[in-house]
Design a binder for this molecule. Structure first.
Ligand SMILES: Cc1cc2nc3c(=O)[nH]c(=O)nc-3n(C[C@H](O)[C@H](O)[C@H](O)COP(=O)(O)O)c2cc1C
Length: 143
């Protein structure tokens, strides 16, 4: 069975732990209903989200998400059919950005928009091969 996969990147707007909890709560509720799974990479300067599931449900979720005012500069990285889910056990896993991803200065310099779709997908493939980093919430305090 093919699965529709979509990845986008965006910039958090007016963000804190409470807002993140709200996002994750509605994501989990809706995604269980819509058979969507995925992962949300987050840091105070960055969201990158992978959504996977039935095409119509993923497209509908992305339509809601891209109009959400809790982030800005939403840019589609890739979308299309794939053979299997990367995060079959997660309605929405939240993954704090890791040191091996982009630094803050790289993000500021536009590294995410310059990255290829394959590079960004490879980040999620690497995340999926490991347990979540263990943080209960994404670290939004500026280091
Ligand atoms: C970064 C980010 C990620 C989100 N991820 C999801 C998601 O995976 N699924 C979802 O339904 N809503 C997600 N949302 C929330 C949607 O934008 C929207 O608020 C929500 O789907 C509305 O659902 P409701 O009508 O049940 O409140 C996300 C929002 C943001 C800012």
């Amino acid at each position: 069975m093919t699965v529709f996969q979509l990845i986008y990147a965006s910039r958090p707007f007016g963000f804190d732990d409470l807002a993140l909890s709200g996002i994750l709560a509605s994501a989990e509720r809706n995604n269980v209903r819509d058979a969507i799974t995925g992962s949300l990479i987050c840091r105070e300067d960055l969201f990158v989200q992978l959504l996977e599931g039935p095409e119509d449900k993923v497209e509908a979720a992305f339509k809601r998400i891209r109009h959400d005012d809790r982030h800005t500069d939403v840019g589609l990285v890739l979308s299309g059919a794939t053979q299997s889910r990367l995060f079959p056990d997660w309605a929405m896993r939240h993954d704090p950005a890791q040191s091996w991803m982009w630094t803050r200065s790289e993000v500021t310099a536009g590294a995410v928009t310059k990255a290829s779709a394959d590079d960004v997908r490879a980040i999620f493939t690497r995340l999926a091969a490991n347990e979540p980093a263990g943080a209960l919430s994404c670290p939004f305090a500026v280091a």
